[in-house]
Each structure stands twice: as C-alpha cells, then as structure tokens.
Write a protein that binds this ligand. Sequence first.
Ligand SMILES: [Zn+2]
Length: 346
Amino acid sequence: MIPPGFLDRLRQSVHLSDIVAPSVEWDQKKSNFDEGDLWACCPFHAEKTACFHVDNNKGFYYCFGCHAKGDIVSFLRDTKDISFAAAVRRLAFLAEMDIELDIAMNQTQPLPPILTTKDVIVKCFEKEHFLEIGVITGWTSYIQGHDRLLRSLSWGDSDYSGNVLDMLVAMQSRDDGSLEKVQAYVMRKFSNVTTATTHVAAFSNTQQIIGYTYELPRNDVIGVMMPFGGFSEVYDAIKAACTTTALQAKRADEMWGHSMFMRDIMELVNHSAVVICDLTGRNPNVFYEMGLAHAWGRPVIPITQNKNDIPSDLQAHRYLTYLDNAEGRKQLSGDLAKRLNSLLEV
Ligand SMILES: [Zn+2]
C-alpha cells in the first residue's frame, strides 16, 4: 500500500510542468512562468489554440477543450500508457523517494505461506541466492554445511525440493526471524513469481471446470481477441503492428466452437504480455476474454470500428477506433504499434 500522505509529498516534490513539458510546447505569451501558471495546446486532443492549463501551485492540469484533468500521476499514466502504480514508482524515483516507497510496500504486503516460498525458491534460486540469504539470516553455516541442499541444486536431483523445505522448516522451528527474512527477500527479488504462485491455489477450481492448469505467465506473445469472420484484414493490420515489437501476435481463432478449447484461450490470455480486444459488434466471447485479461492483470488495448460498442464502464479506458478500409487499417496499425511499444517498454 502507498503510505498515507505519500502522494501529496510527491506532488510537492515534483513540478507538474516538468512532467508535462516533454509532451507540449508552452504558449510563451499566455504563460506566466514565474507564477507557475502555464498554457499549451492540449496533448490529449488535437487543437490549435492553447486550452491546456497547468497550475504548478495546485499541482493540477485542466483542458478547457476536452476536459482532461488530473495531476502528475494521472498525466504520466495516461501519456505513457502505464499503470497507476508504475507511474507512482517512476515519479518516486525522480523525487528520490523510491526507497521510502519500497520499504512501505514491503511492510504492508503479507508474507507468503512457507510452501509458496519453497516453490519460488525451487523455481528461481541459484547458488548465489542461498549465499545471500545466508548472509542476511546468519544461517550460512547451516546452508553450506547441509549435506544435500546445494549439491541437489547443482545436480538437479529430485530431492532438491525436499531439501529446501527442510531448511525452511528448520528456520521456522528456530523462530529467530530468519524465515521472515527469507520470505521478504524472496518477495523483493521475485515478486512476480511469488504473486503468480500465490494465485495458483485460487485457480484450482477453474482448473477443475475448464481443464486449464494455471501456469506462471510467460509474457511472450501478444494475444488477439476478435470475432471470427470478416476480420482477417484487420488481423493482418494487427500483425503488422506487432512486427514493430519483439513479440508475435497470436489469435484465439475458432476456439469457441468447442468448450474443450476454452483452456487454449485461457492459456493464450495468461501468456500474453498485452491483449488486444476488438470490441466491434460487441461480441460476447471477446468481452469474456477481455474480462479474463483484466482479472489476470494483463494490459488490454481495446479497439473498435464504432465507439458505441465500448460499454460506458470502459469509456474511461483508452481505446482505439479505426475504419475498416485500407487507409483506416493502416492508421490502426500505426496507432497500435505506438501503444504496444510504450506498453512493452515499461
Ligand atoms: Zn484537451
């Protein structure tokens, strides 16, 4: 959790105009730089007169044209297309408040159960990590003196997992705070894996119904969810956008015909670094897939030929509209390439 008062102090430490400046050109006549009262053409909509107002003293911006408004965090989030948490993190780094943020976040995160810690260690630890936790906990002689722990790691022996548990149980029974230190270390170093591993238990029910076994996300494809029929040229445009990234597009094609393919859709969503959903025609399957992607924390780029297909709850979500003709699809390809690259760079 972000500590109380942190955002206010962040707003005071970073000038809003410094964050906005790279995205705009200040209107030199209308702006009063000494007073921190600045005007520019709006970065959120196309315009020729400077309707975008930045008030450095209050730390807020407002556009009199499109009514976009907010503070440093929302500006960074919306222009860089990153999450709220990622925006706070970047700003904290700029303000040299990142260490404070890290400490506060670690303190408020509950520690994972011992078996989750074991799973993450088995999956991620190299010898150097054991040496590091030895230094942190004062358990170096136990770790190096254990007759099987490091040896089973380096040989990939089948008793390795049991040896790791052995160590954690020994720490737990000693009750000297070393287990908690190892858990905090594991969370700090492998937070993505820890979170995903904690989720595995919650997904066992889904597994029984759908037949999909939740795996650690690989983030190695761009998932594309769209209705079938009549969308092959749109898909070509999406594929072209994806070639500007290191990842390939993969479409959940024709999967809905058989319920046994549900697991393929889940697998695709889970392994996608980004999910593109074409909401044209309000296809219910695409909405289901988008819900899955949101629930699993995947970034989603909604696209549509008709903005009325975007439900009101999602209007605030940034979506792309396109025309289904050669020029429109080319434009879509360019817009998507920009969004994908800014999402994947974070
Ligand atoms: Zn505007």
